[in-house]
Design a protein around this ligand. Sequence first.
Ligand code: ATP
Ligand code: MG
Length: 937
Amino acid sequence: MKTDELREMYLDFYVSKGHTLQGSDVLVPTWDPSVLFTPAGMNQFKDHFLGKVKLDFTRATTCQKCLRTGDIENVGRTAYHHTFFEMLGNFSFGDYFKTEAIHWAWEFLTSKKWLNIPAGRLNVTVYKDDDEAFGIWHEQIGLPTSKIARMDEDENFWPASAPSQGPDGVCGPCSEIYYELEGGESVEIWNLVFTQFNRIGSPPDNLHPLPSKNIDTGMGLERCASVLQGQPTNYHIDNLFPIVQAAAEVCSRNYSLDSDDGRRLRRITDHVRACTFSIHENVYPGPDKAKYVVRRLIRRAVLDGHQMGLREPFLHQIVPAVVEQMKKPYPELAESVQRVTRVMQKEEEAFFQTLDAALSRIDQMFTRMEDVAGVMVDGNEAADLYKTYGVPPELLQTLASEKNLTFDWDGYNKSMDQHAVDSGAGQKELFQTGPLETLKESLRETPFLGYEQISASCHVKGIIVGNTDGDEHLLGKVAAGGADQELRVVLDHTPFYAESGGQVGDVGTIHNDDFEFHVTDTQKHAALIVHYGHLVRGTIHENATVTADVDTERRDAIRRAHSATHILHHALQKHVGQHAQQQGSKVEADVLRFDFTNQEALSEAQIEAIQSDVLEHVAAGDPIRWDTVPLADARAAGAMMLFGEKYPDPVRMVSMGEFSKELCGGTHLDNTGDVQAFELTSEESVSSNTRRIVALTGEKAKAYRQQTTEILEAAAKQLACPVAAVSEATKSLIDQVRKLKKQLASGNADVQKRTPVTGGGGEASYAKMKLIVRDTARMLNVAAADVSSRIDALLADEKSLIQQLANLTAGEQVTADDLLADAETVGESLLIVRTIDGANPNVIRQLIDQLRKKSDKPVAVLLATVVGGDKVILVAGISKALVEGGMSAGKWVGEVAAVVGGGGGGKPDLAQAGGKDPEKLPAAIDKAKEGARAMIG
Ligand code: ATP
Ligand code: MG
């Protein structure tokens, strides 16, 4: 069974058990600060398990992209570990529990209809005190006690060792399913976690039953495929071995299982695949967090290549092979092949440049250590290798461990801390020097004119070139020339708003007849306002009289977004509660991001209420005023103040109509009506206590609204359904394509038309339309803007599948009489063996029935056909007389199927088998004839 088929089969199985199919979460979940990469299927459901979100469903099934950095050292060495792998899972949120979880896992693995793994090859573990799980496996499933091992809490509890060591909180025992390999060794393929306790305090009696119990299971896709495909390692399965081969080719090596090169090629395969998925998600190699993991993976793989003699970047050449293998389940990868390749090549180039020098230093170090019988790599020296050559300490540690040397992490960390102090990172704060400091002393502060005017006449007070690395200095004049040279300009006063309070800095131009300076950002340094940008014409002089013009259109768009932020804050307090206070915000041109305190996701009703509340305030056209008032007066007036925030006195208070008073330094509209339009586009979690809203105003909101409507109308047209039924019709299309693919694979040509979706009736409100677009995009696993092209692709798939199925039925037309006319006489019987191009297996079985009825002599028939271009189906049938004579259709077809790389069987008089090598069909036909002649004779 192909890996792609296994993935689909698992999901189909759990859908048939009432689970909702959900997409994979991203690999790098920036929304979850507790992990760098998604380590398991359950992570996207954390809030579901904790009962923090409203549940649309209580059973889910997924195939999740995972990455485990903890397994890096295992990769290449064990047969069954990757960093990147796919995990299949089924989840219950307070719905079914142990009995169903175990029964279904067993059914999926062993039943003929599904994986059909011989029960004798499976054994399981349970937590030592989990008599319930033991009982289900033993009494209900019927596993002998010799096949159920009771394990300790460090093996069979989630989180590991939780009962004795914590942490407090939800936890539970688990049960693992192992497959026994030829040599008696076992591999874990599936882990069933039964989350049933809340741990409070130390043992004993610290595990309290949860009122609502959960199921979380994880089955390794590659491990299970490897078992089903009878392969020696995960790396030999159908969607990984082509990558191993591509790596072998790029490295000019012959791959073999048990050699150093073999291990290296497997590691390269894994790491390129992991990095392809990470870079695709915009996680580029870099100095920290997830980026650092990507850097380490690339450098480890480069080192493997280096050890096989490569001296030029090579890894990036393997990316297309990864995409080729993975693009079926993850079609979005195909769009980023070039980007991923480029990023990887650049990182490789940089590392190759220093690698030779670094390795020779590492060699010297190891030799020196041998001389003095040293056992621990010196942390100082490791830090030096990192600073000079970029050798990650983890990589050095790996090289050291190959020589049985340990690594001095303490020394390494101390040395790196000292490095930070020496390079001035720590001192800067204490003794600041430089041109900005000089300006601060002479000017003290830059008065801001921008509340009243967006253009002003000013004088140049300082021009700074260079960056903060130490080569920055003040100049009396600078001429345009170095086009990209960044300058910083300080004026005596300015209408440009410097980034603060979440509002971005202004852009615009500073100019006079002699020069033109483009301002690309404005920032505050203490009380100085600094304009960043470059000179596009002429020469700028200190003390020149200039005009400073803020980009008005952009500033107006920022004002719209900022005023809308205050209105939104008010609406949140009203519809979510007093606790929904601002945690942070970012205000840009017609885009705003607003973080506020709240634990659970907002309901659809809340979101709708907030959206329409904001719009009501916009429609009301209330005046907006700002005054500078004593802090005490602002407090007395009930202005919104944030906990823990320090305010100056006096403060600037921004009021809108009678409904909103906030202390704020930003630039605002004169009237709420000028917000023009408001669209709340997303609401999501940023951390366990904080939610984030993103919204649009003005032109962007209008464009968004129009786009949403257009997307939906286009989709409705494509799917020929009412607008309100688009998500339903999309689901039906997805299901249909899935079903057709399965039919094609099994050779069942009986096409059922997709029932048109007519429901959903009536007019859809705009709010409803937005939800439909969101749901549809989620289902299709694309951005809203790509919904239409994705539906097109699915419709094309559907059409082509139907065509392929039609070709199946329209196979070569052969009648029973044709076949009888060509039959070979063997003794008293007739022998008919041949292929019928493109025939449907149902038709073949009917033909065999007719032959047996029509012929007056006993017949032995074996007919073969190829379906879907790559699958052979063989059906054999023999007359009763031959069965009585000792011949078996099952045995016959089984021997023949082996020739085409497959197997199968059935009853003595009728049997079917499959195979996967259509090119071996002629040999199989010969074999079939020989076999039958021998058996009949
Ligand atoms: P192992 O002990 O073999 O590392 P595990 O106990 O860490 O496995 P779980 O955390 O229970 O595994 O994950 C569930 C399933 O995911 C496992 O049963 C296995 O099939 C698969 N799996 C786990 N880690 C890897 C990996 N690094 N590469 C491939 N598959 C894995
Ligand atoms: Mg593990």
